[in-house]
Design a protein around this ligand. Structure first.
Ligand code: ADP
Length: 284
């Protein structure tokens, strides 16, 4: 059982021939909306990967709120503890160009109101096998969640994205860090060295894991035709969390395949099912 403490946003996505330069206006060729936010994306990815998932987070009191809740529930995620706060839901304004490159502005909205986990949130964290979190909620909330997890024997996987310096009280509660190359560089080797397991995603080159006792693993993704890399990292993290109990090697391989499959679909909530991951791994 996984509890995800994280963000949920409405993604507003434009598709354009190329990304605009500062000050430039260009004509795009498509527009769509869909549920997103690293927390929600990773929760949905973990559910698709076969885990029982509960989501802790907040939406606003706007028109996006019921749609966001329905999206979680529709993906099989328990949203009973999803809070409704005054004001707008979080939004992400995303542009994707024809090569699959993206540029993203996130406005936190209700996510910023998640200043601390409630008693019910803490109960859900203590009851879970694993807590999965990111940095799109206030740091105090993530830290409180991670500390409660550590105190109750719940494994903590943190995807420190968007990258920010990690306070000691948080870092010392993290079992697994999932970072891309940019985040790894921003956190620095000395921070990474303080966490038992560090998984680094390398885009098309796959991912590596550095575990306790000098464990080094590497996994390459299956060959795919990239449509949109948005959500690849979230598919990876959610799948890694869902499969962590299967052992490092299996979890890394399945996460890698899930990340790759996510790039073959448009949108942020693009994680594959476990059956699709099976098929991709069998095909190699
Ligand atoms: P982020 O999107 O967070 O920057 P990455 O770009 O490292 O993270 O991608 C996360 C994972 O998604 C990778 O480890 C890989 O499994 C998969 N992935 C990303 N881009 C590609 C690609 N072009 N081809 C195949 N797999 C990819």
């Amino acid at each position: 059982r996984i509890t995800v403490l994280g963000s949920i946003n409405m993604d507003l996505v434009t598709t354009t021939p190329r990304l605009p330069a500062p000050g430039e206006t260009i004509l795009g060729h498509g527009f769509s909306t869909g549920p997103g936010g690293k927390g929600a994306n990773q929760a949905v990815a973990a559910a698709r990967a076969g885990a029982e998932v509960r989501f802790l987070g907040a939406v606003g009191d706007d028109a996006f709120a019921p749609e966001l809740r329905t999206a979680l529930v529709g993906a099989g995620v328990d949203a009973d503890l999803l809070r409704e706060t005054e004001g707008p839901s979080g939004v992400a304004v995303i542009s994707v160009d024809d090569s699959g490159e993206n540029s993203i502005v996130v406005v936190s909205g209700a996510n910023a109101a998640m200043r601390a986990p409630t008693a019910a949130d803490l109960g859900a964290i203590a009851a879970a096998d694993l807590l999965l979190s990111q940095l799109e909620l206030p740091l105090a909330s993530v830290t409180a969640g991670a500390r409660h997890a550590r105190a109750n024997g719940t494994t903590v996987i943190l995807n420190p994205s968007p990258a920010a310096p990690l306070p000691d009280e948080l870092l010392e509660c993290v079992d697994v860090l999932v970072v891309n190359e940019t985040e790894a560089a921003q956190l620095g080797a000395s921070t990474l060295a303080r966490v038992p397991d560090v998984v680094t995603t390398l885009g098309a080159r796959g991912a590596t894991l550095r575990g306790p006792g000098g464990v080094e693993l590497r996994s390459e993704p299956p060959a795919v035709e990239v449509v949109d890399t948005t959500g690849a990292g979230d598919a990876f993290a959610g799948t890694l969390a869902a499969c962590w109990h299967l052992g490092r090697e299996v979890a890394l391989a399945r996460a890698c395949a899930a990340g790759a499959l996510a790039t073959t679909r448009a949108g942020a909530a693009s994680a594959p099912t476990s059956a699709e991951v099976d098929a991709a791994l069998g095909r190699r």
